[in-house]
Ligand binder design. Structure first.
Ligand code: CMC
Length: 392
C-alpha cells in the first residue's frame, strides 16, 4: 500500500513539464509564453495570441497574415458533418452536440491522423482552430431552429463568429465593433490555463496515442462540469436564483454552511489564492460593454457587483482566499451580447481549443512522455474464494 502517494485532485503533483503558460497563484500572475495576460488582453488579438501560444513567439505582420490566411482556408466544415446536428434533439445542450461533433471530425480526416507526422499534427491543429467557431455557432443555430450560417473569411475571427451566431440569410448582419473587441478579449483570456482539468484530460487521452480530435473532444467533456467551464453558466443561473440584492446574505449563509452543497459559483480557484487576473480584466470590460450597449443598469451586473462586495468582506471567503474567478464576469458580458446562457461553456471551449491543441502538440514531442496511468491505494477486500449461488 505504501508504494504510492495518495494525491486526490493532484493538488501536489506536476503531471508534465511545459513551456506554454505560467501561473503564480499567490501573486495572481498569468503569462502566455512569458507575456502578461493583461498586456495581451489590452493589445493583442485572438489569432495573434493563438499564434503566440502555438509557435512560442509573437508573429511579424507577414507571419500573422499568413496564419490568418491559413485559418480562413479551413473555416468551413465538411458538408456531411452538418448532418450530425440534425440527429440531435432541438433541446439538446449545445455542449452535448459539441462533444459529439468535434469527436466526429476524426471521421473526416483519415489522411492526416498520424500523430507522429509533424505535418499531420500541424494541419489538425489549424483545422481545429479554424472550424471550432463554425461548429460552435452551428450548435446554437440548431437549438434555435435557424439555418446554419457559413463563415465569411473577410471578417476577423471574433466578428466572423458573431455573424455565424446571430446572422440570418435574409438580412445583412452588421458586426458591432465594441462587441467584437470584447469577445476577442474573452477568447484571449480563456485561451490557455496550464494543467487544468480539461487540459489534463486532453493530455491524458492524447498520451494513449488517440488522435487530436478525440483527445480534444474528451477535453470538451471535462470542461462541461460546473466546477470548471460550466461555472459561467452556473453563475448566471445563480444570479437568477438569488434575484435581488437583499437576498445576497441568505445565499452567502448557504455557501458557508458545510451541510449545504450550495457554492458561490464563479468564486474560488485551485491555483489563484489572491485574485484571478482574468477576472480583473473582465470586470472592467463588463462595465465597458454594458455602457456601450446601454445596459449599464443591468440588474444582474449590479447584483454581481454587490455579491462580490459582500463576499469579499465575509470572513468565510477571506479565510479560504475565495475571490471571483474568470467565470464570474464572462457570463455577464456574454449575456449582454445576446449569447444565451447554455452557450457560455461552448464559448469557453471554443477559446480554450487553442490551448488544448498547443498542449497536445507539446506533449506529443516530449521525450519524457509516456502513457498517463495513475495508480491507486486499494482499500477493498482481500482475496477470497468464489461462492456458489446456493451458499450466498
Ligand atoms: N463557495 C463556497 N465555498 C467554497 C467555494 C465556493 N465557490 N469554493 C471553495 N469553497 C470552500 C470549500 O467548501 C472548502 O471549505 P472547507 O475548507 O471548509 O471544507 C474550501 O473553500 C476549499 O475548497 P476546495 O473545494 O477544497 O478547493 P478546490 O481548490 O478543490 O476547488 C474550485 C476549487 C474552483 C472547484 C472551487 O473553488 C469551486 O467549486 N468554485 C465554484 C465553481 C467555479 O467557480 N469554478 C470555476 C473555476 S475557474 C475557471 C475554470 O477552471 O473553469
Amino acid at each position: 500500500l505504501g508504494l504510492f502517494t495518495l494525491d486526490p485532485g493532484f493538488k501536489a503533483t506536476a503531471s508534465c513539464t511545459s513551456n506554454i503558460t505560467f501561473i503564480d497563484g499567490e501573486k495572481g500572475i498569468l503569462l502566455y509564453r512569458g507575456y502578461p495576460i493583461e498586456q495581451l488582453a489590452a493589445k493583442s488579438t485572438f489569432t495573434e495570441t493563438a499564434y503566440l501560444l502555438m509557435k512560442g513567439e509573437l508573429p511579424t505582420k507577414q507571419q500573422l497574415n499568413d496564419f490568418n490566411g491559413l485559418i480562413n482556408k479551413h473555416t468551413m466544415v465538411h458538408e456531411q458533418l452538418l448532418n450530425f446536428y440534425h440527429g440531435f434533439r432541438r433541446d439538446a445542450h449545445p455542449m452535448a452536440i459539441m462533444v459529439g461533433v468535434v469527436g466526429a471530425l476524426s471521421a473526416f480526416y483519415h489522411d492526416s491522423l498520424d500523430i507522429n507526422n509533424q505535418q499531420h499534427r500541424e494541419i489538425s491543429a489549424i483545422r481545429l482552430l479554424a472550424k471550432i467557431p463554425t461548429i460552435a455557432a452551428a450548435c446554437y443555430k440548431h437549438s434555435v431552429g435557424q439555418p446554419f450560417i457559413y463563415p465569411d473569411n473577410s471578417l476577423d475571427y471574433s466578428s466572423n463568429l458573431l455573424r455565424m451566431l446571430f446572422g440570418v440569410p435574409s438580412e445583412d448582419y452588421q458586426v458591432d465593433p465594441v462587441v467584437a473587441k470584447a469577445l476577442d478579449k474573452i477568447l484571449i483570456l480563456h485561451a490557455d490555463h496550464e494543467q487544468n482539468a480539461s487540459t489534463s484530460t486532453v493530455r491524458l487521452a492524447g498520451s494513449t496515442g488517440a488522435n487530436p480530435f478525440a483527445a480534444i473532444s474528451a477535453g470538451i467533456g471535462a470542461l462541461w462540469g460546473p466546477l470548471h467551464g460550466g461555472a459561467n453558466e452556473a453563475v448566471l443561473s445563480m444570479l437568477e436564483e438569488i434575484g435581488s440584492v437583499d437576498k445576497v446574505p441568505q445565499f452567502l449563509k448557504r455557501a458557508r454552511d458545510p451541510e449545504d452543497s450550495f457554492r458561490l459559483m464563479g468564486f474560488g480557484h485551485r491555483v489563484y489564492r489572491n485574485h484571478d487576473p482574468r477576472a480583473t480584466v473582465l470586470r472592467k470590460e463588463a462595465q465597458k460593454v454594458l455602457d456601450a450597449m446601454d445596459k449599464h443598469d443591468d440588474p444582474r451586473f449590479k447584483l454581481a457587483m454587490e455579491l462580490e462586495r459582500i463576499a469579499l468582506e465575509d470572513d468565510y471567503f477571506i479565510k479560504r482566499k475565495l475571490y471571483p474567478n474568470v467565470d464570474f464576469y464572462s457570463g455577464i458580458i456574454e449575456s449582454a451580447m445576446g449569447i444565451p446562457t447554455n452557450m457560455f461553456t461552448v464559448m469557453f471551449a471554443l477559446a480554450r481549443c487553442v490551448g488544448w491543441i498547443t498542449q497536445w502538440k507539446e506533449m506529443i514531442v516530449d521525450p519524457d512522455q509516456v502513457i498517463g496511468r495513475p495508480r491507486q491505494l486499494y482499500k477493498g477486500l482481500a482475496r477470497r474464494e468464489y461462492k456458489p449461488m446456493s451458499k450466498r
